[in-house]
Design a protein around this ligand. Sequence first.
Ligand code: SF4
Ligand code: SF4
Length: 279
Amino acid sequence: MRAPVNRIIPFSNVDGPGNRTAVFFQGCPFNCLFCHNPETIHLCRGCGVCVETCPAGALGFDGDGKVVWDREKCVGCDTCIKVCPHDASPKVRWMTVEELMQELRRCIPYIDGITTSGGECTLRNEFLIELFTEVRKLGKTCLIDSNGSFNFEADPRVLAVSEGVMLDVKAVEQEWSDTLISHPRELVLKNLDYLLGVGKLQEVRTVIFPGRDRENAETVRYVAGHIGPTCPYKIIRYRPFGVREKYQKLLGEFETDKEYAERFAALARELGASKAFVV
Ligand code: SF4
Ligand code: SF4
């Protein structure tokens, strides 16, 4: 079994508690307007646009017409990402669990655990189960960073081999959700309750957008009313960096003001989410 790995960050202190290795998988069923890494949304379609433009000759085709990336030649300029018309990346490695473990073992002595992210890592559920099983044998923790599109109640096996999920609740109000994430939000909200109920909700995150008083407040009220005092609630300021230009026009070309975001953290705490804080 292989899974498409977009990137591995050996040491991260923003992907869960402690020092962690973060593994980003390629592919996501959502198309969030505010996505900071839109090149992780789709798998490469082999159109070849990036192959033509790579200044280092690091991209080519294999015999089956698939794009091949030469890591040794790559100079990391990201021209390929900028020119891709399909929100994809040619710099993806289809790795086995063992290949990934070989890279992780170098970090293991220095980390508390790993966090899998994306894209949406739960698209690779079977791979995660195998990966987490191996990581846990080394005494390290495993966290899932998820958009909530996976039905954890229907298939809880990955929860049994992990510490739990850091869940994005991006939008609650229907129209705003349809606009923002282009995906039904019902399963996300169901996962919020389910994960909380089984003790596997590690953290909830909501992005606060400038000037969206009603939409921001509805999401924060909903989450705070559900999670109570024990679960950390990260109120994230919207930042336009990395967001596709056409969507910056809709969402805002400037980051959310800190004081504005603090208002929503205060609201969450008033409603019982004592561990709400702004980042
Ligand atoms: S980042 Fe992309 S375009 Fe730049 S050298 Fe590497 S493969 Fe080529
Ligand atoms: S990464 Fe994008 S531009 Fe490059 S071949 Fe794939 S789909 Fe085309």
